[in-house]
Design a protein around this ligand. Structure first.
Ligand code: B1M
Length: 210
């Protein structure tokens, strides 16, 4: 579809000034929101490929990320319009040393759209903050995101610290992010792994039994 191609190119070529208009036009034309999201996510994959092969560098990658965020800001209120009731509370954040938050924010949007209350702990999340918040807010689920192979081990550290603090039994832990897989999740003792935002919603529903 030509509209989706234009949106994909706008993210890859960080045309921030054009993205609002393009996304609004696609929404007005009735393009399905999930199809739109898939196109945006695919664009970031291409950005990652270009970065890995040194066709672009950090500033370009950041500019694409900002363009992507602009697009997500337009989609978010529409996704949230689907449902309103609160089914459970979920804490979510990106682990220490890691600033990537686009995927986490999509996961949040999907969870909120499915009727969950989500508390976003942000990025570069210190263990102590997680422990304090779990103790204080008693969420049913804790979601952790990591995009760097160097920050993946932080997830295991958080789970260990939850155990030491006597809090592990009261919260289910779901992990996700590009370098994470099922085997890693089970190695660190997480309750679940979600490949993408849709799988994250499914996992949470399974854990809280609805
Ligand atoms: Co960075 N970066 N980055 N980056 N960046 C990657 C991750 C990288 C793979 C690029 C590459 O080399 N191909 C690479 C990591 C390599 C590795 O670890 N093996 C990399 C690197 C090296 C770096 C820096 C070290 C670069 C540098 O400074 N030299 C640096 C690190 C900074 C830091 O965090 N300390 C860095 C910086 C940045 C920017 C700041 C410029 C920017 C992030 C902006 C932001 O997020 N606010 C950025 C970006 C944009 C990327 C890529 C291009 C795109 C990430 C993204 O947003 N994807 C990325 C390459 C790539 O992933 N293809 C790359 C789209 C997003 C929708 O997907 O985040 O995977 P994703 O989320 C998905 C799923 O993974 C899943 O659901 C989401 C939706 O489907 N998911 C969950 C995610 N979290 C989940 C949690 C769940 C469940 C599912 O439950 C809780």
């Amino acid at each position: 579809m030509r509209e989706l191609e234009a949106i994909r190119n706008a993210v890859i070529e960080f045309k921030k000034a054009e993205i609002n208009h393009l996304v609004q036009a696609a929404i007005a034309d009735g393009v399905d929101l999930n199809t739109l999201l898939d196109a945006l996510i695919g664009a970031m994959d291409e950005v990652g490929r270009r970065f890995a092969s040194a066709e672009i560098y950090v500033p370009e990658m950041l500019a694409s990320a900002l363009t992507m965020k602009e697009a997500l800001n337009l989609i978010k209120p529409l996704l949230l319009g689907y449902k309103k009731q609160t089914r459970a509370t979920i804490l979510i954040g990106t682990v220490k040393g890691d600033l990537h938050d686009i995927g986490k924010n999509i996961v949040i949007m999907m969870l909120e759209g499915a009727g969950f209350e989500v508390i976003d702990l942000g990025v570069d999340l210190r263990e102590e903050v997680v422990i304090d918040k779990v103790r204080e807010l008693k969420p049913q689920v804790l979601g952790l995101s990591a995009l760097l192979t160097t920050t993946m081990p932080e997830m295991g550290k958080i789970i260990k610290t939850l155990e030491q603090a006597g809090l592990r039994e009261q919260v289910k832990v779901i992990v996700g992010g590009a370098p994470i897989d099922e085997a890693f999740a089970s190695k660190i003792g997480a309750d679940g792994y979600a490949r993408d935002a849709v799988a994250a919603v499914e996992s949470v529903k399974r854990f809280i039994g609805n």
